[in-house]
Design a binder for this molecule. Structure first.
Ligand SMILES: [Zn+2]
Length: 434
């Protein structure tokens, strides 16, 4: 048994002081409030449950700080992204993703959902090991010390009725059935759970959705929904309905489903998503970087949708900023503050996110839960003097001091156990651009 002690701790019943947390076999075995720090490792500041980063494309990290000048849109950015995708192989992806996942650990992320679609070689031929790219991601997360939900993504077409472009061939399997075969060859392990994804209604034709849903049964199923107005237009032209309704008709919406973005959904879509009991993953820093628009967070929440967040393209890896962005964008749209309260933002960051990734036993500091702890300094220039209950309105990823994942200290004194993560990242990114 290991014991930790926190001056302040975010428990399910609120922020309490002088909390002792016992850990054995990677799980929390005791929580005692008003305890003394005897025989316990003292954690600084405020201790939070681990954060879930529900939506990641690890290789997009290589575009950070290189694609933000000049004019453009989501679609011109996508061309840049495809150029990087064309250069990846299992070795370079392992190196890059290790750095990216270590950066996430430094930011308090204890579990990441990787929406993975770079499956095959650059000509679209399967690697000798058909899941070599997914295995690279699995190994990267293991090295970085974080948990992974590998959302193996079905990607079949370049748009509705549009053939694959040459670079998209490496994302695609021959059919949904071929994709399902590849999915079935992948097993959970101690730190990885396998899930499924429909890339979008652009990339998976209506007739193939059912096959994906069947293969995904019992697993998390994620799908990009209405990130762009043009997706809605194309869907309406081809099928006479919205992407949300189309997915619902294909039985793709339910309690294990997470819709990603949900930016341009109608009131009818929102009600339907609520009735289906889905989660919605908003990615505010990406959505604003790409000029996508603002997702209706509060309306989704009111409809019964569980909100969570992801850093998606990783122009920023700071989940405080994602949940803060969700609330700030609501304020900008409505002229009203406090659209989502701190405990609701904390649920998005922790419990809802972990459930969406298929780890319902994570995200809460309670007996029996996975021993994931994030200690945030309350003595930095950003956090000095704050009320800890409002931490997400003040702290940044740079204030995170210690991260414990499954009882293991992955980050201590703001340093990752792999050493200089910035060097890992610059080496891996430079190699893709030279
Ligand atoms: Zn995405």
């Amino acid at each position: 048994v290991n014991a930790y002690w926190a001056e302040q701790c975010w428990l399910p019943i609120g922020v309490l002081t002088r909390v002792r947390i016992d850990v054995s076999d990677g799980r929390i075995s005791g929580v005692l409030v008003g305890a003394d720090p005897v025989d316990a490792i003292r954690l600084p500041g405020l201790v939070l449950p681990g954060f879930a980063n529900v939506h990641s494309h690890a290789f997009h990290r290589a575009l950070r700080g290189r694609t933000h000048i000049g004019m453009g849109s989501f679609w011109t950015w996508r061309d840049d992204m495809y150029a990087v995708a064309a250069r990846l192989d299992p070795d370079s992806y392992l190196r890059l993703a290790t750095g990216v996942y270590a950066e996430m650990a430094l930011a308090g992320v204890t579990c990441v959902g990787e929406f993975h679609y770079v499956h095959h070689d650059v000509d679209g031929r399967p690697y000798a090991h058909v899941n070599a790219m997914g295995e690279a991601l699995r190994e990267a997360a293991r090295r970085a010390g974080i948990r992974l939900t590998l959302l193996d993504t079905c990607y079949l077409s370049g748009g509705i009725g549009v053939p694959l472009s040459p670079i998209q061939r490496r994302f695609a399997d021959l059919s949904a059935e071929a994709w399902a075969g590849r999915l079935a060859a992948q097993q959970d392990d101690e730190t990885t759970r396998v899930g499924a994804a429909i890339h979008s209604v652009r990339a998976v034709p209506r007739d193939e959705i059912g096959t994906v849903v069947d293969a995904a049964r019992g697993k998390p199923l994620h799908v990009h929904v209405s990130e762009q107005v043009s997706e809605n237009v194309a869907c309406r032209e081809a099928y006479g309905t919205t992407p949300t309704r189309l997915l619902n008709e294909g039985n793709a919406l339910g309690p294990t489903t997470t819709v990603v973005h949900a930016t341009h959904v109608t009131a009818d879509d929102i009600a339907l998503l609520g009735r289906a009991g889905v989660a919605a993953c908003l990615c505010p820093t990406t959505e604003r970087d790409l000029g996508d628009g603002i997702g209706p967070a509060r309306a989704l929440h009111d409809a019964g949708v569980k909100l969570c967040v992801g850093s998606d393209e990783h122009a920023v890896v700071d989940l405080f900023e994602e949940v803060r962005g969700m609330e700030m964008h609501e304020r900008e749209m409505t002229g009203v503050r406090g659209r989502l309260q701190p405990d609701e933002l904390m649920d998005a960051l922790t419990t809802h996110g972990h459930s969406a990734l298929g780890w319902p036993e994570a995200g809460r500091i309670e007996v029996g839960g996975l021993a994931d702890l994030v200690a945030v300094r309350l003595d930095s220039v950003r956090t000095a003097g704050i009320d800890p209950r409002q931490v997400m309105f003040a702290a940044t990823a740079a204030d995170i001091d210690t991260v414990i994942i499954g009882g293991r200290q992955v980050v201590r004194d703001g340093r990752h156990l792999l050493g200089e993560v910035a060097v890992l990242l610059s080496d891996a990114v430079d190699a893709l651009w030279t």
